[in-house]
Design a protein around this ligand. Structure first.
Ligand SMILES: NC(=O)c1ccc[n+]([C@@H]2O[C@H](COP(=O)([O-])OP(=O)(O)OC[C@H]3O[C@@H](n4cnc5c(N)ncnc54)[C@H](OP(=O)(O)O)[C@@H]3O)[C@@H](O)[C@H]2O)c1
Length: 239
């Protein structure tokens, strides 16, 4: 389905789930501002592929831990594409740290990426764009307490609260929802044994796949009565 006059900003878009969502949106007729940090070659390739769908595509490079730069990010995106009406807070870090192993820098790292950056971008999306949708990438473990990932999960819990608070604050002009993936892609430096364990403990007895995420994205885009919602794309693993 072609969706004219729509445009999205995706953080951390160059690879993996960000890339898949970008191509899904380009195929639906969205123009794109694709933020990336270190994956320049992947970002350029993605821009080329998205342009193949007829999309106008802009790349924005930056470290999201530079919060002064983040304060200008939405304005840059909105100047590039004044019809911007979708924000996807996707950029993420993921590595284990138990509470007793964690220092404040680690906590700050996760809070920057998963709370402060989405907070700034959500506020600025409302200010600059006025109407549209925001989708936050959560985690299917967000209502649990995986102690090996203490700072990570705390930051994703904070993002879940931001999703609910901003859905209530920004309606009816802006809908805010979350996608909570289970095991879709292995972590970049992850333990390969975790995949098999995860699959065994999942009611649907398989890992997730990229189309599971893009279908969830399309469901949130297409249903105009959803806000403050979390779509659990985890085969039931959280149960
Ligand atoms: N993959 C899964 O199975 C899974 C499971 C549960 C939840 N999720 C959530 O779904 C979302 C996408 O998952 P993913 O696995 O595709 O994400 P990812 O590969 O871990 O990270 C996405 C991008 O975030 C960017 N990023 C990291 N630190 C940054 C920084 N300081 N400044 C700017 N950008 C930074 C990186 O961009 P560059 O490459 O350009 O540096 C990276 O490519 C994440 O929010 C994740 O928490 C995923």
């Amino acid at each position: 389905m072609k969706t004219p006059s729509h445009a999205a900003l995706i953080t951390g878009a160059a690879r993996r789930l960000g890339r898949a969502m970008a191509l899904c949106l380009a195929a639906r007729g969205y123009d794109l501002v694709l933020h990336y940090h270190s994956s320049e070659a992947d970002a350029r390739q993605l821009k080329h592929e998205a342009e193949g769908f007829g999309a106008e595509v802009h790349l924005l490079q930056g470290d999201l831990r530079d919060l002064n730069w983040v304060e200008s990010l939405m304005q840059q995106a909105h100047t590039a594409l004044p019809h911007l009406n979708l924000l996807i807070n996707n950029a993420s870090a993921f590595y284990p740290r138990r509470l007793t192993e964690s220092d404040l820098q680690t906590l700050e790292h996760f809070l920057d990426l998963h709370l402060k950056v989405p907070f700034i971008l959500t506020r600025d999306f409302a200010r600059h764009c006025g109407t549209g949708q925001i989708i936050n990438l959560s985690d299917s473990q967000v209502n649990k307490y995986p102690t090996a990932y203490a700072p990570y999960i705390l930051s994703k819990k904070a993002l879940a609260e931001l999703t609910a608070l901003s859905a209530k604050s920004l309606g009816p002009q802006i809908r805010v929802n979350a996608i909570a993936p289970g095991y879709i892609l292995p972590p970049v430096d992850g333990n390969p044994d975790e995949a098999a364990q995860w699959q065994t403990r999942t009611p649907l007895q398989r890992l997730g796949q990229i189309p599971d995420i893009t279908q969830a994205l399309e469901s949130l885009l297409d249903n105009p009565f959803l806000t403050g919602q979390t779509l659990w794309v985890d085969g039931g693993h959280r149960l």
